[in-house]
Design a protein around this ligand. Structure first.
Ligand code: CP3
Length: 341
């Protein structure tokens, strides 16, 4: 599989390409399913999860399918109470505001509580062409902790930081609990058929390097070790992490995901060429004219310079407004220009 080879820094015939949030609302066939099921219902029904996971792979010539799920699902069996409110995003009913709240979070038996996603992975792997990789994923502890503490999405993560600085022991205990669940979850996903695991630490870039080292780094290596022991490579992604790349390398991951604020060449140099990189087209470029999309795509491939270990992707997830034809331009451009030597 091209994606797995690239994660292991083996040469590939063409640069592998997939898109974060490639299943979702920009696709009319996804919107049709969403008329009948809520997001949480889709995730609870393996047959429906199978269908939405395959939708982008049917439409585009991609190197990977990513299992349809959400990073917040493991918070449900922990007792957090998750709903998705229309227009507001996720809402956590029983969030974390004290050391006692951290203690009350329940341990999770992944095989039981996240059974639908694991079953969906088995179904997708059986259905998917053998050369297309299946990506499993999970949220990283900091990003999950931020949802628990903020009670939902946040702009500046001030509650999270207040808790972190005022209750450092409880914050570490929370990170530890989340890391344990995450390590079990990603290992189970590999056992169920995931070929690669992506760990989303989407919001960790809101921390400075000293805080990353103190509050995040100690909780990360165990998760990547669990993926490795299960037999799969890993991709470690965050947004606005230009100042954290060296620390993320230390934290682990065979491939580090870059957003578009760092140039691919500079980001890869900062990480070191003995690791892979994934990225990093600005999802906003998908709203440009097609020749400009192609030019920007080639510019990223030029920066990768044919080095093994580049996975083409966006710098962050697709937005629901994305014109569906734009993705075909990216895929075709990567297909005709991307080769590692
Ligand atoms: O193809 C795919 O990538 C689909 C699988 C997927 C979903 N969420 C489904 C989903 C993945 C990989 C995620 C990850 C996720 N979820 C992240 C990390 C990725 C990133 O963007 O950095 C985060 C932070 C979440 C939490 C989350 N889920 C939020 C904040 C929201 C609401 C905002 C929004 O985009 O509407 C969701 C809902 C969600 N999860 C949707 C999808 C397709 C949109 C919802 C819908 O159909 O109602």
């Amino acid at each position: 599989m091209r994606l797995v080879d690239a994660c292991r820094l083996d040469p590939v015939d063409r640069t592998p390409v997939w898109f974060m949030r490639q299943a979702g609302r920009y696709l009319p066939e996804y919107r049709a399913i969403r008329e009948r099921y809520t997001l949480i219902e889709i995730c609870a029904l393996p047959e429906v999860t199978l269908e939405v996971t395959l939708q982008p792979v049917r439409r585009y010539d991609l190197d990977a399918a990513i299992i349809f799920a959400d990073i917040l699902l493991p918070l449900i069996p922990m007792g957090a109470g998750l709903t998705f409110a229309k227009g507001e995003g996720p809402v956590i009913a029983n969030g974390v505001d004290s050391a006692g709240d951290v203690e009350r979070l329940r341990p999770v038996t992944v095989e039981q509580s996240l059974a639908p996603t694991l079953e969906a992975l088995r179904l997708v792997r059986a259905e998917l062409a053998p050369d297309i990789a299946l990506i499993g994923f999970a949220g990283a502890p900091f990003t999950l902790a931020s949802y628990l503490i903020e009670g939902g999405s946040s702009r500046r993560f001030l509650r999270t930081k207040r808790f972190m600085y005022n209750e450092p022991a409880a914050f570490h205990a929370l990170m530890e609990k989340l890391a344990t669940v995450t390590a079990d979850y990603v290992a189970s996903q590999v056992a169920a058929g995931a070929d690669v695991i992506q760990l989303f630490d989407s919001w960790v870039g809101w921390l400075g390097p000293d805080d990353y080292r103190e509050f995040v780094l100690p909780h990360m290596p165990g998760i990547f070790a669990a993926v490795r022991e299960a037999g799969a490579p890993s991709i470690h992604f965050g947004v606005d992490t230009g100042g954290l790349l060296g620390l993320m390398r230390e934290a682990g991951g065979d491939v580090i995901g870059l957003d578009w604020r760092t140039s691919l060449a500079a980001g890869w140099a900062a990480i070191g060429h003995d690791r892979g990189v994934q990225g990093n087209l600005d999802p906003g470029v998908l709203f440009a004219p097609h020749d400009e999309i192609a030019r920007r795509t080639r510019a990223i491939l030029d920066q990768a310079a044919g080095r093994p270990g580049h996975i083409f992707n966006l710098g962050h997830g697709l937005t629901p407004e994305t014109p569906i034809d734009s993705l075909r331009v990216v895929v075709d451009t990567v297909r005709s220009n991307g080769t590692s030597r």
